[in-house]
Design a protein. Structure first.
Length: 250
């Protein structure tokens, strides 16, 4: 009776205005009355049941094929009155050129960045060749994984790291060698970040801040699948808002 698109739109309204399920049903009914729309409105209980089975995915809002993607993670709180706070880890992949959120991963808070990096490989668009991530991913294992996927991992090296010389030299060693040649200090690291375009990774941090600030930092859903759908819907809200206008640097 109600399509996935209809339930998705209703849920996006709910999260944008920070409504309960009952309030969402009432809001949509009032909106339809004001607009003289005669379509039926699903009950709050039906909305709750349908969310779990939604066939959700990102619909690209631009024709741009991303070659770079910035990835970062943050913790979001699960709604509840438990004395012990419970969290989920939210991982976003953002296109630096368009600011679009291209994918989300919802996982347990105990998942480390290396594990999540392996999971992100399945979500990357085929056109992506460069991945921007923070220094927690600086290891030979992560560079080898990126090379197997034919991806350039762009991440700042850890302080005090030394490069290898020889036939087994990796992309990580090339990064370290480049920084050493420029002075091996903070200024050299800044130059490297500018050359590699690493500053664009901050755009994924901006997307995370917008999700926390607009749809909200607390997950209303209780099951993991519904929490993933909630994060995805909140990300779609941000993507939609981006189409209405973004700051222009002059």
């Amino acid at each position: 009776k109600y399509s996935d698109s209809a339930i998705q739109a209703i849920c996006m309204v709910r999260f944008f205005f920070h409504l309960t399920l009952r309030s969402t049903e009432g809001f949509i009914r009032l909106l339809f009355t004001m607009m003289q729309i005669t379509l039926p409105v699903p009950s709050y209980s039906r909305i709750s049941r349908k969310v779990k089975w939604l066939n959700l995915d990102y619909k690209k809002l631009s024709l741009h094929k991303p070659t770079h993607i910035a990835i970062d993670s943050t913790l979001v709180k699960i709604h509840g009155e438990s004395k012990r706070k419970k969290w989920r880890k939210m991982t976003l992949g953002v296109c630096p050129e368009t600011h679009e959120i291209l994918f989300t991963i919802t996982s347990d808070e105990s998942f480390g960045d290396p594990t999540l990096f392996k999971m992100t490989m399945d979500h990357l668009p085929k056109s992506v060749k460069n991945v921007l991530m923070d220094g927690a991913l600086d290891s030979y294992e992560m560079y080898r994984l990126a090379e197997r996927e034919r991806i350039n991992l762009i991440t700042p090296p850890r302080k005090g790291s030394k490069y290898k010389i020889g036939i087994d030299q990796s992309k990580r060693d090339e990064t370290l060698q480049m920084i050493y040649k420029m002075g091996n200090n903070e200024e050299a690291l800044k130059k490297w970040k500018k050359i590699r375009g690493y500053h664009r990774r901050s755009l994924v941090e901006t997307a995370i801040s917008r999700i926390k600030g607009i749809p909200g930092n607390t997950l209303k859903s209780r099951s993991l699948i519904n929490q993933h759908h909630e994060i995805l819907l909140k990300s779609l809200i941000i993507n939609k808002l981006n189409t209405l206008g973004l700051p222009v640097r002059t």
